[in-house]
Design a binder for this molecule. Structure first.
Ligand code: MG
Length: 304
């Protein structure tokens, strides 16, 4: 198998996961969750988003979460920001890295952002310029890169155009997202191979949802074409409030189990991620969907 020796994990659970919870999670539980994930060795953690509290009330306390987090060497706490207003809120609480997002289709952009793809790219150009002026790192997301819940299969050239524009405006890297969890491995490889003709693999990450059970297969397919950055969500938390039918992100635990079992290193302690997810399960009062979290490490039956 053609596999990288090292994969950089991007943890999106506290943001992409918790924003989809029906109930508000207490601020101190969010802080504890993020700290526990950092303790597990995750070095790039999406902590929350600076979006309108009336639209996403679960993220209304993102300022406070950032203020309470202890800075750590080697760990980057990231905020998702939709616009300059969100960026200013992020800067005010000392955020050093932000994620911005747009979509590959106008239908999804209009439903999610209230504007066309081109208008959102214009908005993001201002956000990225200001973020860079403030010395922040910027990651750009392209949502619905393979399948749009409104218009179906997405033209790879449309995704490519948006992706290249995000990189050109100054995003250090891209997260290519299967927002509704519809892609299958060959489609994944075909789109990534198209990107890799023009973009260094270190600037590309993949963001999969396990809605239809193809999440891990899509991660593996991505690694085989040279991708080394993988988004995942502790416990398999998450979904997309604007994408009908979207379930959880691919679970950090399940990705780590697969990677470590293949000899791919991540620097992340799987059991400590499980401990973080279990604590969160008790806060949420329900089980999280990660398969590894539920099954635990494989054991041999006692001899005899
Ligand atoms: Mg997601």
């Amino acid at each position: 198998m053609n596999l990288p020796v090292w994969v950089r994990m991007v943890e999106v659970g506290p943001r992409d996961g918790l924003q989809n919870e029906p109930e508000r999670v207490p601020t101190e539980a969010k802080v504890a969750f993020v700290e526990a994930l950092a303790d597990a060795g995750l070095q790039w953690i999406e902590v929350g988003s600076f979006v309108r509290p009336d639209r996403v009330p679960q993220m209304a306390d993102t300022d406070e979460v950032f203020r309470r987090l202890r800075p750590r060497r080697g760990v980057t706490y990231v905020a998702l920001v939709p616009n300059v207003r969100g960026l200013e809120r992020a800067a005010a609480c000392g955020v050093r890295a932000v994620a911005v997002f747009t979509a590959a289709t106008d239908a999804f952009a209009r439903a999610n952002l209230g504007m066309s793809v081109d208008d959102s790219l214009r908005t993001l150009r201002d956000v990225v310029r200001e973020a860079q002026a403030g010395g922040m790192l910027v990651r750009g997301y392209v949502s619905v890169a393979w399948w749009c819940p409104y218009t179906g299969p997405v033209d790879p050239q449309a995704v490519r155009r948006v992706a290249l524009e995000l990189l050109e405006m100054g995003c250090a890297e891209l997260g290519v997202a299967d927002t509704v969890g519809a892609a299958t491995p060959r489609q994944v490889q075909e789109l990534l191979e198209l990107f890799l003709r023009e973009v260094c693999p270190h600037r590309l990450g993949v963001h999969f949802h396990d809605t239809r059970g193809t999440g891990l297969a899509n991660v593996l397919a991505s690694l085989q074409v040279g991708i080394t950055t993988v988004d995942a969500s502790a416990g398999g938390l998450g979904g997309c409030p604007f994408a009908p039918g979207a379930l959880g992100n691919v679970a950090t635990e399940d990705v780590l189990y697969m990677l470590h079992g293949m000899g791919v290193r991540t620097g992340v302690d799987l059991e400590r991620v499980c401990a973080a997810s279990r604590t969160l399960e008790s806060v949420l009062g329900r089980k999280l969907p990660s398969r590894y979290l539920q099954a635990g490490a494989p054991r041999a039956a006692a001899a005899g």
